[in-house]
Design a protein around this ligand. Structure first.
Ligand SMILES: [Mn+2]
Length: 407
């Protein structure tokens, strides 16, 4: 027989996006993204006929969610109840004691673990005994909670649910050592807190599904949850399922070969590629790089704003919108270095000096490459020193010649 469950964490229901201004008609979509992602998760549970759903803390953004968010949550749990799917939840640092603040009554397929001690619930799924142990946060900051977990139950599949920071030394959000979790003897640690999916598979499975819906550009890429199948021999198959409603996507565009008159087409192509890549809505941040003839145009006041207006045209109304949140200009001007070197003036002297340093650094680089990568970190040479030196040359041109003219 076997059974199947879904493990999600850090839903942060009711959280707002940051770094997106002037959303106009997209506002509703952005405001509701965390809720829609939860709806996607619930829909998956129903369609895949899972036995239960684990929510490993930070289900809510705040311990006092607004009524609309509470109602939404209760309705989704009811949908699961209607098809016989159980839900097991703990609270985390964001939503400690959240259920004490609930105005709506919650369906009884939802089991909320206490914060006073680790509770162990024994159920039967797929004719197999399954023990689920967990503990909620009593307040936002807690120490290591793993020593509170008892020995697992003999003869059942043992799952532990914990909101914790694996490998952290810091007091605060339940720092735990991976080795301590492994030593406890549970089969599966359904953990939450870290917003990037991560899995350790050794004597047991310890995994973070990550946040369900990214909220800003640092939470980019696919976000979702784990669908876990356990067969009667306790063999586990775990699949990462994408669940977000809006994806954050960061793109770097090299404009070295791009002429100013091609700029808008190149940007539009990049936007359409992002749309083809993801069927959901996309928040797209584009960083423009390279030594480019576009440099002067991009530096002109109003260019970036104009490009954004053009790229955002008609997007707000689309279900598969691609909203360009930012055009970050890091292009460099094209400069005739040979001409500068031959002038014989003070600028030529400065440029020659910096190029000598560049040559020296390149020599050190090759020595380091021969000695192994870690040396660069241990002796503290910044990894982007070539970029720094190149910027120093550009700065010299701007300061000594007035403006970094294109050639
Ligand atoms: Mn957390």
């Amino acid at each position: 027989m076997g059974f199947k469950f879904v493990h999600a964490a850090d839903l942060h229901l009711g959280s707002q996006f940051s770094g997106v201004n002037e959303l106009t008609a997209l506002e509703n979509r952005a405001i509701n993204a965390s809720l829609k992602a939860f709806e996607n998760l619930v829909q998956y549970c129903i369609e895949s006929q899972v036995d239960f759903l684990l929510l490993a803390g930070d289900v809510f953004e705040s311990p006092k969610p607004v009524l609309r968010v509470q109602k939404y949550f209760a309705d989704q749990i009811s949908r699961l109840q209607a098809v016989g799917i159980d839900v097991f939840a703990i609270t985390g640092n964001h939503d400690a004691n959240v259920f004490d603040n609930f105005v709506f009554s919650l369906p009884d397929n939802l089991y909320i673990f206490a914060s006073s001690k680790v509770e162990c619930v024994l159920r039967s799924y797929g004719n197999q005994p399954v023990s689920i142990s967990g503990i909620s946060y009593p307040q936002a900051q807690v120490g290591d909670l793993s020593p509170l977990f008892p020995r697992p139950r003999q003869g059942s599949y043992n799952i532990a649910v914990l909101h914790c920071d694996v490998g952290s030394q810091e007091f605060g959000y339940a720092p735990v050592a991976l080795a301590d979790l492994e030593a406890l003897g549970y089969h599966y640690w359904a953990i939450g807190h870290v917003h990037t999916a991560k899995a350790w598979k050794t004597s047991c499975i310890v995994q973070y599904p990550g946040i369900l819906q990214g909220r800003h550009r640092a939470e980019s890429g696919p976000k979702g949850f784990y669908a876990v199948t356990v067969d009667r021999n306790a063999i586990v198959e775990s699949e990462f399922i994408v669940g977000q409603d809006i994806i954050w996507h960061n793109l770097e565009l090299d404009l070295s070969e791009v002429l100013p008159e091609q700029l808008i087409n190149i940007l539009t192509e990049a936007k359409e590629e992002a749309r083809a890549q993801y069927s959901v809505g996309t928040m797209l941040q584009i960083r423009l790089t390279g030594t480019s003839e576009c440099y002067g145009l991009l530096k002109q006041g109003g260019t970036i704003e104009d490009l954004l207006v053009e790229l955002r045209q008609g997007e707000a109304q689309r279900a598969d919108f691609v909203w360009v949140t930012e055009l970050e200009d890091q292009t460099l001007p094209e400069i005739d270095w040979e001409n500068i070197r031959q002038q014989g003036d003070f600028l030529a002297e400065v440029v020659n000096f910096i190029e000598k340093v560049e040559a020296g650094v390149q020599h050190i680089d090759s020595e380091i490459a021969a000695a192994g990568e870690n040396v660069a970190l241990s002796i503290g040479i910044p990894l982007d020193h070539n970029q720094l030196l190149h910027n120093a040359k550009l700065m010299a041109v701007q300061l000594l010649r007035g403006g970094g003219q294109a050639k």
